[in-house]
Ligand binder design. Structure first.
Ligand SMILES: Nc1ncnc2c1ncn2[C@@H]1O[C@H](COP(=O)(O)OP(=O)(O)O)[C@@H](O)[C@H]1O
Ligand SMILES: [Mg+2]
Length: 326
């Protein structure tokens, strides 16, 4: 897709300065261009109303403001952990930011390069961000985006999946509902290896369109889901992937200073099973599982949700057994 001239203008980019334009792929919710300019390289991101998935999934493009606000918030205390915002164009639901040429965590994981130490760093940064958000009184109001979080997470992940699984439908609906009523810290909303760059000084977090004040357990569960599911692609990496899950979880909990960690750990574990299932039967299934692998995830998650597994070690143990059996 061509970048509109009026968008360039609104961002203060002169078309004669552009040396090269490429589209950056990977995501479903935005159009992203890399612009090589005469003296710098920038990334332009514009939110889409209609998301690029098979199912019909619409969301207000004004959500780009949440991403701008989240980047600015994090930049105020962890400047290395987010790209710098260069210009904003609210009328186009777009902004420009610096390009950070670091490897994407997802690409490294898919190559089999799994480093628990990096998962630990992600947890350290995430818990710092969550904790900081609880100390700033204006953040809750600024990120009161329940309508967006409903449209982008609760409905497509929890409610859509609930409709496909009658036996555990009520549990999934309750988990989704709890996410809307729990107000403890600022969720980024899309903490996933495909939105995290392996920066030299720190992980770099991208893609905060879904940021909303709510339950920080969601961010951890959302991210751990990917480490759990990657095992299906690389069964030999089971020990190191599960070590990453464990260290990410324990590092995160060690940094929590706003609530009791026992209860938080249980919420993360319950959400994790629900989101694993949603990545198969919700509106945004992961693209890398075949139908046999999807069936395995489905059976495993339905059983563990039915038996109310709330202990992460137990979940890892059961999941490891399941993988080794197949
Ligand atoms: N500032 C940036 N520097 C480097 N790569 C980026 C930057 N912004 C986005 N990307 C790349 O583009 C991809 C899509 O961007 P993202 O913000 O995640 O959009 P989407 O909402 O479509 O997922 C990312 O996964 C990343 O690979
Ligand atoms: Mg993304």
């Amino acid at each position: 897709m061509k970048i509109p001239l009026d968008l360039l203008e609104a961002l203060g980019i002169a078309s004669q300065d552009i040396v090269k334009i490429d589209m950056l792929g990977g995501g479903v919710s935005a159009d992203i261009w890399r612009l090589d300019l005469a003296h710098e390289t920038v990334v332009v991101k514009r939110a889409r109303r209609s998301l690029k998935v098979e199912a019909d999934w619409q969301a207000d493009p004004k959500r780009i403001q949440s991403e701008i606000d989240w980047h600015n918030f994090v930049r105020s205390f962890l400047p290395e952990s987010v790209p710098e915002i260069i210009a904003v164009a609210p009328e186009h639901h777009a902004f420009s930011m610096g390009l950070l040429e670091y490897p994407l965590w997802k690409a490294e994981l898919l190559k089999g390069k799994v480093k628990p130490r990096f998962a630990e760093q992600v947890a350290q940064h995430l818990v710092r961000i969550h904790s900081m958000s609880t100390t700033r009184s204006e953040i809750r109001q600024q990120f009161a985006h329940d309508d967006l979080f409903y449209a982008l997470r609760v409905e497509p992940y929890f409610l859509t999946t609930a409709d496909k699984h009658v036996a555990i439908g009520d549990t999934l609906r309750e988990l989704g509902h709890n996410l809307l009523v729990t107000k403890l810290a600022l969720m980024q909303g899309d903490i996933s290896p495909k939105n995290i760059l392996i920066g030299t000084a720190s992980p770099v977090f991208l893609d905060a369109e879904t940021a909303c004040y709510g339950d920080p357990a969601f961010d951890m569960a959302f991210c751990l889901t990917h480490l759990m599911l990657k095992v299906l692609l690389q069964p030999k990496q089971l020990p190191i992937l599960m070590a990453s899950v464990r260290t990410m979880f324990s590092t995160y909990l060690a940094g929590v200073d706003w609530e009791d960690t026992g209860h938080l750990g249980e919420r993360i574990t319950r959400l994790l099973q629900a989101i694993m299932l949603a990545r198969v039967d919700g509106k945004s299934p992961v693209e890398y599982l075949d139908s046999k692998q999807q069936a395995l995830v489905r059976n495993f998650c339905v059983t563990s949700i039915k038996t109310s597994v709330s202990d992460l070690d137990r979940l890892i143990h059961d999941w490891s057994n399941e993988i080794q059996l197949h």
